[in-house]
Design a protein around this ligand. Sequence first.
Ligand code: HXC
Length: 257
Amino acid sequence: MDFLLITPQARPGVALIQLNRPKELNALNGQLVREIRDALQALDADEAVRVVVLTGSERAFAAGADIKEMAGKTAVDMFLDERFATLEQIRRFRKPLIGAVSGFALGGGCELAMTCDMLVASETAQFGQPEIRLGTMPGAGGTQRLARAVGKAKAMEMVLTGEFISAHEAHRVGLVNRVVPVGQYLEEAFRLAARIAAMSPVAARLAKESINRVFETHLEEGLHFERKNFYLTFASEDQKEGMAAFVEKRKPDFKGR
Ligand code: HXC
C-alpha cells in the first residue's frame, strides 16, 4: 500500500485506515481508490475487526478525484474507468464504517465520506461538491447521497454553486453525526467505534444492511427485508447472550456468532 496507513487494531476491535497522499491533499487517484477497496475487503474478512474508522489528514480528508489524472480523459475513458466499479465495491463494505473528517472533503472526497455510515467532523471540516466549477458534476453518488442526506434545496445549492459548507452547517443539515474541536475528531470517532464494537457484530451487520435498504428500495420491500434480518438475529448466540445478560443484570460479552 503506497497511499494508505492501516492499523488493524487501533483500538480493541477497531481498525483505522488513514489516507496518506498528503502533498495532493489525498486526491483520489485510481491507485488510492483501489487500495481503499483492498483494505476494506481484507478488514471485512478479519473476524477480529468489528468497526472501521476511515480518516485523512488534519488538512484534508480528500480533496476529490485526482483532477490531473482526469483532465485529458474522454467520455469513453471515463466510461471504461474501473474506478466506478471499485467505488461500488467500497460501498458494499459490510461492517460499520465511521468517517473521521477534518479539512477538505470535496467532490469524490465528499462522496467517499458519504459512503461511510456515520461521520465525525472536526470544526475545520469543509464539505462540498465543486465539480461544477470544473465543468462537470458529481459522478460517484454525490447527487443521490447528498440529496438524501441534506434534502433537495441544500443539495441543489451545493451542487449547482459548488460552494462548501462548514462542519457546523453539515451538522445542522444532518450530513455529519457530530462536530468536535480539531484535536479530538479521531479520538471521538474511536469512542463512537468502541461503543459499536461492544455490540453484537452479527446484529450490527444486519442492522446496517437494513438501514441501507431505505435508500435502495421502497418502504414495503424495506420493511420486509428488515423483518427477515430481525428474525435472523435470533439465530445468533449474541442475541441469546444479550438478552440473558439483561435478565441477569450483567454486561453482555458478544462473540460475533
Ligand atoms: C489533484 C489536487 C486536488 C485534486 C488539490 N490538489 N486537490 N490534485 N486533484 N482534486 C493538489 C493541488 O494541485 C496542489 O498540488 C496541492 O494538492 C495543494 O493544493 P492547493 O490548491 O495548493 O491548496 P489550497 O490553496 O489550500 O486549496 C485547497 C483546495 C484546492 C481548495 C482543496 O486544492 C481545490 O480546489 N482542489 C480541487 C477540489 C475539487 O475540485 N475537487 C473535485 C474534483 S472532481 P501542487 O502540486 O500544485 O502544489 C471529482 C469528481 C469525482 O472529485 C467523480 C467520481 C470519481
